[in-house]
Write a new protein. Sequence first.
Length: 403
Amino acid sequence: MSVRLHAQFSFLLEADKLRRVERQNLILDCSRRENSAEHSWHLALYALVLAPFAEPEVNVCRAIRMLLLHDLVEIDAGDHPITDAVDWDAVAQAELAAADRLFGLLPADQGAEFMTLWQEFEAAQSPDARFAKRLDHCQPVFQTLYGAEPLDWHVDVVRQNLFGGRAAALEHDLPEAFHHALALLGEDTGYDCSRLTARLPFLNEADKLKLITRASRLGDGSRHENSAEHSWHIMLYAWVLAEHGADTADVDRVLQMLLLHDLVEIDAGDAPIHGVVDPAALAALAAEEQAAADRLFGLLPADQGGPMRAIWEEFEAAGSADAVYAKSIDRVQPVLLNLLNGGGSWVDYNVTLPQLDARVGEKVSRGTPGVWDYVRATIEPWFRETGRLYTSRPAAEPHSRNG
């Protein structure tokens, strides 16, 4: 098992580099460029929310998986905006080589699964791939047109994209998106886009998760991660490590939980797991998160907002097999990032190994005991070398529920 886990973690830690790939489009407040990891998370959310627009034969869960991995090749091949004058055949070859390398880090059976799904997305022939592709064309359009202060030339790119570019296919495949984009450009066609406009406030508000900074840093230590890209990364973790969880866990439901689980931080903020928080503050935080869930999921039509709120509640309660596995995965990813970047939040909060066992290990072991055994053996040398293997004082308790 350790050989297989080593391969799986090699892939997951390499995937961390997708956060360093910047895209041309800006996040909604126009303060910076979006990166490809948080873009992938937002697209997965688009797929879940816009599922009612998919054709009956579309498996939305497969589309979500495609969108989680579709841009991983940019780690090697880079992002290429549609406005760039590039040799697209050469780009395709570079991306295929990247896919070979990246998916080749996984155990052979998983690598083949990921490669097949990525190639299906690229070919855009299956119903699942066509749906995923249209969302990939749709999200940047609305991110630009709803931007706080979009650049004029970005708006021009959107217009060109809708008329003759990749997004032109929306007119046939997702007409509400096409016609609403025209209306935002001042060319209202009178098309009824109300089903879409009932959902866009939620999708636009969700963009703010890209502004929520966490205690964990990226693997290279260059900056703190944000909660949107964290959500993308742990969804990938949950998918890759699923075989180490309970047989009764439904991986697609787990992916939905992790897709939604941190949205409440838009209002309530992130609470680091190693931060010392008193019981009254914890209760106040829980109340803030409930109020945030009321507001955010209330932006959706009730037939969608209600079930998504229920999934979030299930994750928080951590009682079902799906939630137990999701919670364990949520704890694993920051541990590996800290090890990569020289200690990260362990150094910031003076964390010892017994404290990590109590705050993280117990919850990871509940959902994926074999994973924690492997992770603990991997990190123990760092704690030994830095003198944090034992503690002479009790662990700081209580602490936050959130990683």
